[in-house]
Ligand binder design. Structure first.
Ligand code: SF4
Length: 560
């Protein structure tokens, strides 16, 4: 197929906070440089309007960014220094924060909020609104921002990245061209920045090709499942509660959160570490159980659910970050593991990583050298930054919880006293999927029926109802974007060994075992997929490969 080609100077893949902040900061550096050269304050030549392009696979900018985040404003304050009068559309300053310990029926407010969970001076915000505002600011500053552009492949010249290939449109589910077939274009760029979010498709390609994980620890992920509600009564915005305990036991890592916003909106969710042992663990069901606790039930009484979503979170921290540069390539935000699991915050680190990347991109454009000789200074900039200092203090935090809650608390305490060092530094890390135990080993019996929760449709919802609230849609007549490398393993080996955990860990009912008792086979309801990447991460055989579907597919989160 003949492919169109588009040439740009710098291409940003994924319109999240990291890429957009990076593009915006780069535009400022170019503008200030050119003004300084023009006025004679700086010697050398001007940069003649490099073309900057941000592409996004979602239907619209912000479609894949679910509302409800607590933002440390530090990085945004730095980013906006060059943009007079611009303010992020925060919803409310944090007014009250607390940690609650939940037993099955009781809640206990911790008299002291642990320092990492103190949020005074921060803001509750809708991430979707923040992303839309950043994209508009980028456009105002001459940056192109294109939604419905799913990048599927990195393009190389020798060992340098020279751009990306978009997915084809108009291919039917059997791989045949439809009348509206349109080959994906090649976007060629001197510099490509990957800000695809966690477990990005192109980031994985780059990690394999350039061995970016060599000498690093494996990434540890968590799954966050979330709903947005409108309360039936007036509520105070800016309240931030975190919870420990119910419905999790002491084996899994995780907890709940509640953030309130204006217009009586409540963002609530549950995060569970994707390094658990139970092959039947179901993050969506855990979240539904969480809502049945009297403390949460009371908040939601009479209210209505407005939106649902799920997302993987890279929690491994400093030692799990890949090398974030290669020839022609930089990696920012969640894709590069810029996330503080102890503070449950990543947006400020994503923005900062984008800014550090922008300073490196600027240097590369100025020197007309796009190789890693110049680009490695991105890693040096990070090492000198406050972002590194923040992540260094918690470098072993998440790893300590791989051996259960109490061990985690013990080590986290020691790490707190020793500036992150603890007893072992670095603390050993195991890939999450290797922690899952075979069915018989975990349950010690062969015939344990799954605990089926009854959803009442008012407080608790089944997966399909929640998928409806995520506004998820995909073109049905297209190749399935979930590539199963060996169905035989799913239908036979996995059924016997793990009981097909994909049915449980997917929060969108994509994986379903259908047929008669002894002859079950895997069916993929791919159009439900909310793009959380859990299957790609947690499948015990690592035979599920998540790939971007046709542009515009996926959730379309309402961003209140
Ligand atoms: Fe998440 Fe995979 Fe299910 Fe899609 S199919 S919702 S990526 S677990």
């Amino acid at each position: 197929m003949e492919r169109e080609k588009l040439e740009v100077d710098v291409l940003f893949v994924g319109a999240g906070p990291a890429s957009l902040a990076s593009a915006l900061h780069l535009s400022r550096l170019i503008r200030e440089h050119n003004e300084a050269v023009e006025s004679g304050a700086k010697s050398g030549g001007k940069l003649s309007d490099p073309t900057l392009l941000v592409i996004e696979k979602g239907r619209e900018i912000g479609s894949h960014a679910l509302s409800g985040a607590v933002i440390d404003p530090r990085a945004f304050d730095e980013l906006l220094e060059g943009f007079d009068g611009e303010e992020p559309p925060y919803d409310s300053p944090v007014d009250d924060d607390a940690l609650y310990i939940l037993s099955k029926n009781k809640s206990f407010r911790s008299p002291v909020t642990p320092p990492p969970l103190k949020n005074h001076g921060y803001y509750v915000a809708s991430l979707g609104k923040i992303v839309k505002w950043l994209a508009a600011l980028c456009e105002k500053n001459g940056i192109d921002v294109f939604p419905e552009f799913p990048a599927v492949e990195l393009l190389y010249e020798g060992d340098s990245v020279v751009g990306v290939r978009m997915g084809d449109k108009g291919i039917d589910k059997n791989g045949n061209p439809k009348p509206n077939v349109e080959p994906g274009m090649d976007v060629l760029a001197k510099l490509t920045v990957l800000g695809e979010g966690p477990r990005g498709t192109l980031t994985l390609q780059a990690e394999r090709r350039f061995r970016l994980n060599e000498g690093r620890h494996p990434q540890i992920y968590a799954l966050g499942v979330k709903e947005i509600w409108r309360a039936a009564r007036k509520i105070q915005p800016g309240v931030v509660y975190h919870t420990l305990g119910f419905p999790l036991g002491t084996q899994e890592f995780g907890g709940g959160f509640v953030y309130t916003m204006k217009d009586n909106l409540i963002n609530l969710g549950f995060v569970v570490g994707l390094d658990y042992e139970n092959p039947r663990l179901d993050g969506h069901q855990i979240f539904q159980q969480f809502k049945t606790h009297p403390f949460i039930r009371e908040m939601l009484k009479g209210g209505e659910v407005l939106s649902y979503g799920a997302k993987a979170i890279p929690e491994g921290g400093y030692y799990s970050m890949p090398r974030v540069y290669a020839d022609g390539l930089l990696i920012v935000g969640d894709s590069g593991g810029f996330m503080n699991a102890q503070r449950l915050k990543g947006i400020h680190l994503a923005v900062k990583s984008g800014m550090l990347a922008a300073e490196t991109l600027f240097e590369a454009l100025l020197q007309e050298d796009y190789s890693q000789v110049v680009l490695q200074s991105y890693a040096d900039r990070f090492e000198r930054s406050w972002a590194k200092k923040e992540l260094w203090k918690v470098r072993n935090f998440r790893q300590a919880f791989q051996r259960g809650f109490w061990s985690g608390m013990f080590h986290a305490g020691l790490q707190f006293l020793t500036n992150g060092r603890g007893i072992k530094d670095p603390f050993p890390t195991l890939p999450g999927h290797t922690q899952m135990k075979p069915f018989k080993e975990y349950f010690r019996e062969t015939d344990v029926k799954p605990e089926k929760m009854v959803f009442d449709g008012q407080l608790t919802f089944d997966k399909l109802t929640d998928v409806y609230y995520s506004n998820t849609a995909h073109e049905e007549d297209q190749p399935c974007h979930l590539k199963i490398l060996d169905f035989d393993i799913c239908n036979n080996r996995c059924s016997n060994e793990y009981g097909n955990p994909c049915q449980h860990f997917c929060p969108a009912h994509v994986y379903e075992m259908v047929g008669q008792d002894n002859q079950l086979r895997l069916q993929l309801n791919f159009s439900n997929c909310v793009h959380c990447k859990t299957c790609d991460i947690m499948d015990p055989y690592q035979i599920i490969v998540w790939t971007p579907p046709e542009g515009g597919g996926g959730p379309d989160y309402k961003n209140m």
